[in-house]
Write a protein that binds this ligand. Structure first.
Ligand SMILES: [Zn+2]
Ligand SMILES: [Zn+2]
Length: 238
């Protein structure tokens, strides 16, 4: 399995307009306001603040689920979310979808974008939801009395219709869902460093079973090993 890749999905040529799920319901029905504030509260729980990006994340998560015909997070890890940045936005998506790193239902592909792909692992359908390119300009029109951009976005992102906020596209993952999810029970040891590799993340190379680091695909350069006893001594010597 090749682990380094540029993109996790291929966008197909057509876009789904958010209107089938957003419009036509009347603006009052756009979303239950209590539901949204509850999700925003949940999102802000682990923050000292609520911010526009969290709201964006909650709204995006809800719309992505709607595009997959879920009105609430499905159980049994059916939903997989790939967020394209970490931080406040991701926390909003987590609050809306219940998908987390701990449940192995959330991945971060850090493209530095406030976009995400939601995958129905049962049917294989995947939808990528991204903010409309002019979302900020549109937001200011929804909060004309708020001169501060930050607070205008805070207000607007809670009331804007989906079709003004986002684009939704049907996408195909470039890695099979089975490979992304993998078998959680699997474990092997790296033939070079000996460390255990779980979740089928090993790489087979010339008859060897390698971890990503030993296969030359590492995010770090190992320098000098540190003795934990020395660490203890330093701590007590302080
Ligand atoms: Zn924030
Ligand atoms: Zn290794």
């Amino acid at each position: 399995m090749r682990l380094q890749r540029l993109s996790l999905f291929h966008e197909t040529a057509f876009f789904i307009s958010p209107s089938p799920f957003g419009r036509g319901r009347g603006e009052g029905e756009l979303m239950n306001k209590n539901d949204l504030s509850e999700l925003l509260e949940r999102s802000a729980l682990h923050h000292s603040h609520l911010c526009p990006r969290q709201i964006l994340g909650v709204r995006l998560g809800l719309l992505g689920m709607k595009a997959l015909s879920f009105d609430s997070p499905p159980d049994k890890k059916r939903l997989l979310v790939i967020v394209e940045s970490d931080g406040c936005f991701a926390d909003g998506v987590i609050a809306a979808t219940n998908c987390t790193v701990g449940h192995r239902t959330l991945r971060v592909e850090d493209y530095g974008k406030t976009a995400a792909t939601l995958v129905d692992t049962q049917t294989g359908r995947a939808v990528r939801v991204a903010p409309a390119l002019d979302i900020r300009q549109k937001a200011y029109a929804y909060a004309p009395d708020e001169p501060r951009h930050y607070f205008a976005q805070m207000q607007a992102y809670q009331i804007m219709p989906d079709c003004e906020m986002f684009t939704v596209a049907e996408v195909q993952l470039t890695t099979p869902i089975e490979a992304i999810v993998s078998r959680p029970g699997a474990r092997v040891n790296c033939d070079v460093c000996g460390e255990e590799i779980i979740n089928e993340r090993e790489i087979q190379h010339e008859g060897l079973m390698l971890c990503r680091a030993c296969a030359g695909n590492s995010y770090y350069h190992a320098a000098v090993r540190i003795s934990t006893q020395e660490m203890d001594l330093q701590m007590t010597g302080r």
